[in-house]
Design a binder for this molecule. Structure first.
Ligand SMILES: Nc1nc2c(ncn2[C@@H]2O[C@H](COP(=O)(O)OP(=O)(O)OP(=O)(O)O)[C@@H](O)[C@H]2O)c(=O)[nH]1
Ligand SMILES: [Mg+2]
Length: 301
């Protein structure tokens, strides 16, 4: 027994000799290097800094082997922090949600012009249809020339009815008509296309708020263009602040997007990423999987 205790004490002593405690001075150079990699991968600077500071706090005071390399330890901690962030809102299973929710499920797609709202609505409509749900589109972008025809073209190809009004009509009332249509025909989901191009941010946000309020939307989905990096982050912040979003879809991943926007948008909104847009065909909508995404990021750090 005495011998056993002595052995344990001795081995603890030897272990302490071969270990060092991590402190900020040892960690900073490695963190700075990883911060630059994150930024090079299009993560917004403020988000990259916040993640690195979080990792620093977690690691300071940890004991590691004296000759162990610091970088793999710090990198692993950073990747865990990113994974935790991406799983924060829980995975959002859209099909499961629609299956269990009261019908019709009302979804409003928001975002600035050109990010891919209308294309994404067509893709989500197709996905729902493939799963046996009955869907209607609301052409609530009554602002941009050609917007109504664009949605109608998708509706025509997919065999999905589009409820529309005149250009200049109140977008909220078009959305409301689509909900009434869905109720009368016992449809499963209403997908509302909105305008991204209003003169001022204030007007745009007021218009979105009104649509969401008038139809009592179940889901508000932010659509951002992953290629625009920091701009997408600012937009997500604004829409979340003024309208409140359920989650995000980031588009154009087929076009060489580095992926940082996903991390930044998740960090700023603390809401799940639902899908990634990976092309222009209806099938090009990929459910977002945090683990696969982090594995891809890991390869690039
Ligand atoms: N490569 C690629 N292109 C996409 C993707 N999603 C949308 N696009 C393209 O992006 C362009 C703009 O898409 P829209 O769906 O019209 O964008 P929007 O947000 O509705 O634009 P506004 O109605 O002007 O506000 C179109 O040329 C789409 O085909 C994607 O995942 N990958
Ligand atoms: Mg559009």
């Amino acid at each position: 027994m005495v011998l056993e205790n002595l052995r344990r004490t001795l081995s603890g002593f030897v272990q302490r000799l071969s270990e060092v405690e991590l402190d900020e001075r040892k960690l900073r150079p490695v963190l700075d290097e990883l911060l630059l990699s994150l930024v090079a991968n299009d993560v917004a600077l403020e988000v990259a800094e916040a993640l690195c500071n979080q990792v620093l706090q977690e690691l300071v005071g940890c004991r590691v082997g004296r000759f162990e390399k610091r970088k793999p330890i710090v990198k692993q901690a950073l990747l865990s922090a990113i994974l935790q962030l991406l799983e924060i809102g829980g995975r959002f299973d859209l099909l499961g949600y629609v299956r269990n929710a009261e019908k019709p499920v009302k979804m409003v797609f928001v975002g600035v012009n050109g990010t891919g709202k209308t294309t994404t609505i067509a893709k989500v409509g197709y996905l729902l249809q493939q799963s046996g749900f009955k869907v209607v589109f609301a052409a609530s972008d009554t602002f941009r020339a050609g917007a109504i025809e664009q949605l109608k073209e998708h509706g025509h190809r997919l065999g999905i009815r589009v409820i529309s009004g005149r250009y200049g009509a109140d977008p909220a009332s078009v959305a409301y008509d689509a909900v009434e249509h869905a109720r009368a025909r016992r449809l499963d989901a209403v997908l509302v296309d909105t305008s991204g191009r209003i003169h001022t941010k204030h007007n745009l946000m007021e218009e979105m708020k009104k649509i969401v309020r008038v139809i009592d939307a179940d889901l508000v989905i932010f659509v951002g263009d992953a290629l625009t990096g920091n701009d997408a982050v600012e937009q997500a912040r604004e829409f979340h602040k003024y309208v409140g979003i359920t989650g995000s879809i980031l588009t154009k991943f087929d076009a060489d997007a580095k992926g940082g926007a996903v991390i930044s948008v998740a960090y700023i909104t603390r809401r799940p990423i639902l899908f990634l847009g990976v092309g222009q065909r209806y099938e090009d909508l990929q459910p977002f999987d945090p683990k696969t995404f982090v594995a891809q990021i890991a390869a690039g750090l």
